[in-house]
Design a protein. Structure first.
Length: 144
């Protein structure tokens, strides 16, 4: 875990650029609240929580997704995609350092949920009475 933190700090430091003018210096003097690279790494847990096992959620069921709107499923898709990217980045980084990836069962859960979203959307496209709209929906779903 120590190596992960050290690597993360050096990566974040490299991502920050030096200000080039006075306005950029003034903007940089305020505390940076969000670094875009942070999305690719899991947030650190507190030191007091280190001894406790971390429990992660289950994958989404198709029956639960059938109750969601198109917009909700689209938002969920991008949340899962972001989670998948974070997990894959973390797994690759730890593999490069010959460290064990904690909780590898999280990746299949995310993949199952993403497959189930595609399944539910395909069901909706098949049930669509308008053939042209159904074909457009299927084409969009296959592009995911």
């Amino acid at each position: 875990m120590f190596m992960v933190r050290v690597f993360r700090r050096t990566l974040f430091a490299a991502a920050r650029s030096e200000p080039s003018n006075a306005t950029a210096a003034a903007a940089a003097s305020t505390k940076m609240t969000h670094n875009p690279l942070e999305a690719f790494f899991e947030a650190d847990r507190n030191q007091e929580e280190e001894g406790k096992p971390v429990v992660y959620g289950r994958s989404w069921k198709a029956s639960e997704m059938r109750l969601k709107s198109w917009d909700d499923l689209q938002k969920l898709w991008y949340v899962l995609l972001k989670e998948k990217n974070m997990l894959m980045t973390q797994r690759q980084m730890l593999h490069a350092q010959n460290l064990r990836f904690p909780n590898p069962e999280r990746i299949p859960k995310v993949r199952k949920s993403m497959c189930r979203i595609k399944h539910v959307l395909t069901e909706r496209a098949i049930d669509e009475p308008d053939a042209r709209r159904s074909a457009e929906m299927k084409k969009m779903i296959n592009a995911l």
